[in-house]
Design a protein around this ligand. Structure first.
Ligand code: ZN
Length: 145
């Protein structure tokens, strides 16, 4: 139940990897995902949508509000933003496609290990620090909080 759930966005060009924290909610609580290319036109602030750098995670609040007693709050004050920021339904990594991107980036550095171990270790370290810095600069929700 803690395994991740991969959802294609509405235009189909990107995927988001979703994590359900605290073993409470599952994929029934996810309605739609929009990537920055297909989120246009959905700008209005709605309680069922959480925005993160152009990505939108749209949740099924009816399903989620059925759990409101577990959250210890009135059903009507449960919003997608709250659910996301509390980690009940959130990205697996910092960003929706963090795992895919991380593996790709790491793979390219690992090529270096075959020829120059010291350079490889240095590159790995710089990569780790650079990633965090980049996420902060890009302003992802998980980095802001
Ligand atoms: Zn899309």
């Amino acid at each position: 139940m803690c395994e991740s759930y991969i959802v294609k966005c509405q235009c189909g060009s990107n995927t988001a990897e979703i994590f359900f924290g605290k073993m409470l909610l599952d994929e029934k609580s996810v309605s739609r995902v929009f990537c920055p290319q297909c989120s246009e036109g959905y700008e209005e602030i709605e309680p069922q949508r959480v925005w993160d750098n152009g990505w939108v995670l749209e949740l099924n609040l009816d399903v989620i509000r059925a759990h409101s007693s577990t959250f210890g709050m009135p059903a009507e004050s449960v919003s997608a933003e709250w659910v996301f920021d509390s980690g009940y339904v959130t990205w697996v990594g910092i960003t929706p496609d963090d795992t895919i991107r991380r593996n790709k980036e790491r793979e390219s550095i690992q090529q270096l290990a075959k020829t120059d171990v010291l350079a490889y270790m240095k590159a790995m370290k710089e990569w780790g620090i650079g990633r965090e810095k980049r996420f902060s600069e890009e302003g992802w929700r998980k980095m802001i909080r």
